[in-house]
Structures are given as C-alpha cells and as structure tokens.
Write a protein that binds this ligand. Structure first.
Ligand code: NAI
Length: 480
C-alpha cells in the first residue's frame, strides 16, 4: 500500500489530503502537524476550518485510510511520498523584510525529513514557495541524508477557499514539476498516478521544477491583477457616472478576457495574493528586473488604495467624522463561504474607522470574536505563523464589539459597511434595520450585493463601489 504523509494540517494540507484519501481508498494518508489543537480539531466533530463539503469527505475516510496525528516523525519515516504544506509567511525582519518568503518552517520540515528517513522518498512542495526553493531543499536533504534517494517535486495547489472541495474534485489542472532526469520522470509519474485516480490525464500538466514553482506565483499575480484592474476602473466609474457592473459585464463578454474575477469590491484579501505578489516582486528585484517588480507592486498599491478610498468615503459621507458613532460591520471573512480572515480587507477598513474613533459592531456568520480581536490587534504578517507561535493574548480592542446577529449589529448604528458577500446579507429585512438605526442611515456596500434602488426607497443613503453616486455623496467627495 502506498503511504502518503502531509506535513501541515492547514487550509491546504487538510482538504487536499482528505480528497486524495477519498478518491484513492488503496492509499493510506496521514496528515501531521506540530499544532496539537489543530490535530485535535481534525479528529473531532468540529473541524478546524470551514469549507463546504469538507465534513462529509473527512467523515467518510477518517480512521479508514485518512489519519490526523502529531506524531510527525513516525508518519514521515513510514511514507513513500511526503507533501510539505507548511506556512511560508512574508519575512518581517532582516534581508527582504516585508517582501521575501520566510522559509523557516519549510527548512525545519526538510531537515526533519532528512533526519528521520530510512527509505527513499518523493518530497512534494505543496506550499507556495519562491522559484528555486526546490534546489535549496534538495541540498538540505542530500547533505543530511544517509545515502537515501530523495526526489523533489513541485505540485503547487490552486484550490480557492470556499470552493476547495469542488476545486479538488474537479481541478482545471494539476501541475507537477520535477527534475528532467530518469529518476525525476519516475517521481513525476508516481505522483501523476495518484491524481489519475480521478483527474483526467490531459489535465495533469508536467513541467520542470522552476516552471511549476513560478506558475503558482504567476497565476496568483494574474488573478489579483484582474481585481486591481476592475477596482481601478471602479474609482473612474464613480468619478464619471459610469456603472462598474455594466462596464465589467461589457468587458468580460469579450472571449479573450472572460467574465471571471471582474467584480469590483473593497479589495482582495486572503492568505495568498498579497504574499505571493510581494514574493514575486522580491524575486524580480533580486534578478535585477526593477521594471517588472514595479509593475507587479502596483497591483498591491491599487488594492491598498481601494481600502483607503472606502474608509474615506465612509468618513466623509458622515459629516467628515465617525468619532463615537456606531458603525455596523457586516462580514469579516475575506470572502463568503469561508471563516478565513487572513489579510481580509475588513482588517484595514476596521482599523481605518477605529483610527477615526468609530465604535464598531461586527457580525460574521463564521468568524469568532476571538479571531476578530486577534486580527485587529496583531501586527501585519504575524498571522501567517503556526498558531502556537503567534502572540499569546493580544490586547482586545475596546471600541469593538462582536455580535452574532446582523440585526443586533445594526441596532442604533449610524452606518453599515458590508465587507463580505455572504448570501444572507442579501436577504436581510432592511426596512426593519432602517427603523432601528440613527438617521440619516447609511449603507456602504463594499461588495456590491445590496439592491441599491430598494435601499434608497427604504430611506438609506447608499454607497456601492463603482456605481453612480447618491447626490448626498456627490456633495461630499472623498479624497483618497
Ligand atoms: P496554514 O497556516 O493553514 O497551515 C500550515 C500548517 O503547517 C499549520 O497548521 C502549522 O502548524 C503547520 N506547520 C508549520 N510548520 C510545521 C512543521 N515544521 N511541522 C509540522 N507542521 C508544521 O496554511 P495554508 O493556508 O494551509 O497554507 C500552506 C501553504 O500553502 C502556504 O505556502 C500557502 O501559501 C499555500 N497555499 C495556500 C492556499 C490557501 O488557499 N490557503 C492555496 C494555495 C497555496
């Protein structure tokens, strides 16, 4: 029986391995982690991450051919294929701080693999890493092993949170990069055989190592660039009276462009886009390609601009101050159908409003109070470390209350900011909400999900990103 071990039981390691176990009953899959609480949660009724469909897949395989364990060394030693899916945060100190990837966790995982291995292994990079990481990992493994043969493969993950199970069941493509040697080709084939249990072979792309590593950074940069492009247009739409939804619909109808990822919003978030672009920028700079670096940096700058613009719009609309005013925040996760808050635009928007002394009442159906308080008090990039290495008990932000109901959050509020596109926010009784708010009552829709006309009929003053402005807002222009 082929044995697979995955180091890192996070958003990637957990779901990907659960799907491999589900689709390949003859393969034994162990997912290991240094975080005891994470592993306990994977073994409990309440999984550590929320992902539609994940519970079912895990329940069907757990205890049969899918195991979650903290006994990292035992499972690595026994495995034929070791996936590494640990954190690769942005460095906060030293050379490349604020841009380069911090490979501390990756390196320690590689050293451990070398230490405990007694048989040949295929080591698979699942984490997103800088180009040429495989070379460094190869050196660590070969210099520390006792004549054991390690083959390194790059197999970046393209799943999107919120649709992870669907994406894993039916991926657009699976990418496997390896050495262009007979041993490399054999390793590629072994991993291909695993995916071929359910992925059509024409969707399994095999490349050299560096192409696979770079393709992941490139794919995320392209996706984020589309969002920044439409967000840049949204600012121009507001200035000219055009409607960004109409513009992106017309643009997306062009088959060369396509309709996906063209929704204007308060900005992109998630653990990957910003981190991977910063990493790409750093690699470009290291290779003397400053123009290329500047080009990609602009994608992040526009994203930051969009969040600042949103906060300025809120403050300027409400007579240029939100000091002491209650603002309801609907949605904190970086997108719907996930409880993930890593780099969510809600953090910067909330911090911006708190900077102007607002009182915030936050509701998200999937995010806990503890998580929100941690996010609002943590330093930038600190989130991307294993939980037990994060600051123990961050100060809680006193002007913030977290509630479990949108009606409670909006009661007596002066304004509402919709920051995540949860479906339930479309179905709220806005008349009831309006009746219980201070007047004038404002809605700032950072996701363009509200029915603007209906809300205006109810009596709200409405700002919707990239849409023709309310006359109220036209008279109070926001300077970004
Ligand atoms: P995560 O933070 O959810 O999980 C990483 C896990 O690795 C943590 O549970 C941590 O305790 C564990 N870990 C760290 N060092 C370890 C070690 N030495 N031994 C055992 N366990 C260790 O991170 P996530 O989101 O799963 O990301 C992992 C990698 O995958 C990152 O490189 C990320 O950029 C990449 N990625 C993430 C995607 C996403 O949607 N979250 C999508 C595609 C790639």
């Amino acid at each position: 029986m082929v044995k697979i071990c995955c180091i890192g039981a996070g958003y990637v390691g957990g779901p990907t391995m659960a799907v491999i176990a589900f689709k390949c009953p003859a393969i034994e899959v162990a997912v290991v982690d240094i975080s005891v609480s994470r592993i306990n949660a994977w073994n409990s009724e309440q999984l550590p991450i929320y992902e539609p469909g994940l519970d079912d897949v895990v329940k069907q395989c757990r205890g049969k051919n899918l195991f979650f364990s903290t006994d990292v060394e035992k499972h690595v030693a026994e495995a034929d294929i070791v996936f590494v899916s640990v954190n690769t945060p942005t460095k906060t100190q030293g050379l490349g701080a604020g841009k380069a990837a911090d490979l501390t966790y990756w390196e320690s995982a590689a050293r451990m693999i070398a230490d405990v291995s007694k048989s040949d292994k295929i080591v698979v990079e699942k984490s997103t890493v800088p180009v040429k990481t495989a070379e460094a990992i190869e050196k660590i493994l070969t210099h520390n092993s006792k004549k054991i043969n390690f083959q390194i493969l790059s197999n970046p993950e393209f799943l999107a949170e919120g649709t992870a199970i669907q994406d894993l069941f039916n991926p657009d493509r699976v990418l496997i990069g390896g050495r262009e040697t007979p041993e490399g080709a054999k390793a590629i084939q072994a991993l291909k055989d695993v995916y071929a249990h359910w992925v059509p072979v024409e969707r399994i792309i095999c490349t050299n190592l560096w192409s696979a590593e770079l393709s992941k950074l490139a794919a995320n940069a392209f996706l984020a660039q589309r969002i920044s492009s439409v967000n840049a247009m949204s600012a121009l739409c507001e200035a000219t009276g055009a409607d960004v939804t109409q513009v992106s619909h017309a643009v997306g109808k062009d088959s060369r462009i396509g309709p996906k990822f063209l929704n204007a919003s308060v900005g992109f978030g998630g653990s990957c886009f910003q981190k991977d672009i910063l990493n790409l920028v750093y690699i470009c700079e290291c290779n003397g390609l400053s123009e290329v670096a500047t080009y990609w940096k602009q994608v992040i700058k526009v994203n930051d601009y969009q969040k600042t613009r949103f906060v300025n719009r809120v403050v300027s609309s409400m007579f240029n101050t939100v000091s002491g005013k209650k603002i309801a925040i609907l949605g904190f996760a970086f997108k719907k159908d996930t409880g993930d808050t890593r780099e969510t635009p809600a953090i910067d928007v909330c911090k911006g409003l708190l900077g102007d002394k607002a009182r915030l009442s936050i509701y998200d159906p999937q995010v806990s109070e503890d998580q929100i308080q941690r996010d609002l008090s943590m330093k930038k990039f600190d989130w991307d470390h294993p939980v037990h290495l994060q600051p123990a008990s961050p100060m809680s932000v006193t002007q913030v209350s977290v509630v479990w109901d949108a009606y409670e959050a909006t009661k007596d509020a002066h304004g509402i900011c919709i920051l995540t596109e949860w479906d339930e926010f479309k179905k709220l009784d806005y008349q009831r909400i309006y009746n219980n708010m201070q007047k004038p009552a404002f809605v700032f829709d950072g996701r363009n999900i509200a029915d603007v006309e209906k809300l205006r009929e109810v009596g709200f003053i409405v700002y919707s990103i990239g849409k023709p402005l309310d006359s109220w807002l036209k008279d109070l222009p926001a300077v970004a």
